[in-house]
Write a protein that binds this ligand. Structure first.
Ligand code: PTJ
Length: 247
């Protein structure tokens, strides 16, 4: 990346690509993660590679909901670990959440590599390795979670999630905060709080809102959550993608 100047118009997107590539090389990100990244990039390009106002509102709402939660958990897959490891650790600290590695393509090697990578970025406790509970309604490998992590959580942040699992978690009664650049994806449509933004921008922005809201009363946080309109957020993102001016 040293030969790409920071003022290159596609700097952020090239940096993201490079991180995903590195993730695959380190055994963190799956090959399917490369395809997922390509799909995400196309949506991001149409969004103007920026956080649109409805996404910023969703991110503030997510911060408020996380601060209200009793047992919040941030779920981490191979793409999230490659793109925002340090930012995820910081967000977990600000809102008092646990971090759990939860993979679509689960192998013991990738679980360990991701947990190590998160520890290298400052995580003290990484869940997901015990796998002593199951999400009902999913096949064996994809259902594995920690009993004292996602299984017991009231609020779960699930970025770049597969639709089946997002639906199964919602069935369990979890409040889901989904980060996904595709407003039409089943995971985004299942979420209580869909965030249609790049994970690279979303995670630090949720943390910034959480810092800002740290002194707020529960009534104020509940007001923010209550005023959020998920249908409007999805519609606004779809409108921006379908009708946006290409820059
Ligand atoms: O690491 P694993 O084994 O858990 O696998 C993770 C992937 C992402 C490969 C797996 O969950 C998968 O196949 O996901 P999908 O079904 O391809 O969905 C990924 C979604 O994330 C798509 O809707 C993309 O548009 C979106 N996406 C991709 N990159 C980003 C993104 N959303 C936000 N930020 C991104 N950087």
């Amino acid at each position: 990346m040293t030969d790409i100047p920071e003022d290159h118009p596609r700097y952020q997107s090239l940096l993201t690509r490079h991180r995903i590539e590195e993730g695959v090389e380190k055994g963190i990100t799956s090959k399917q993660g490369l395809i997922a990244e390509g799909r995400g990039e196309a949506f991001d390009y149409l969004l103007g590679e920026e956080t649109i106002p409805s996404a910023d509102r969703a991110e503030r709402t997510a911060a408020a909901r996380l601060l209200l939660a009793d047992r919040p958990v941030l779920s981490v897959n191979g793409n999230v670990a490659a793109l925002v490891p340090g930012e995820t650790v910081k967000l977990a600290e600000v809102v008092g959440a646990d971090i759990e590695v939860n993979l679509f393509n689960r192998t013991p090697e990738r679980m360990e590599a991701i947990a190590d990578h998160l520890r290298d970025h400052g995580a003290s406790d990484v869940k997901g390795l015990a796998a002593d509970a199951r999400i009902p309604g999913l096949d064996h490998e994809r259902a594995k979670v920690d009993e004292d992590g996602i299984f017991a959580a009231d609020v779960v942040v699930v970025p770049l999630e597969d639709g089946d699992r997002a639906e199964a978690l919602a069935e369990m009664g979890k409040v889901e905060i989904v980060v996904d650049l595709n407003p039409l994806s089943r995971s985004a449509r299942t979420a209580a709080i869909p965030i249609i933004d790049n994970i690279i921008r979303a995670v630090p922005n949720i943390a910034e809102h959480a810092r800002d809201l740290q002194g707020a009363s529960d009534e104020e946080l509940e007001r923010i959550v209550g005023e959020f309109d998920r249908e409007a957020a999805l519609a606004e993102a779809e409108r921006a993608i379908r009708g946006g001016d290409l820059r």
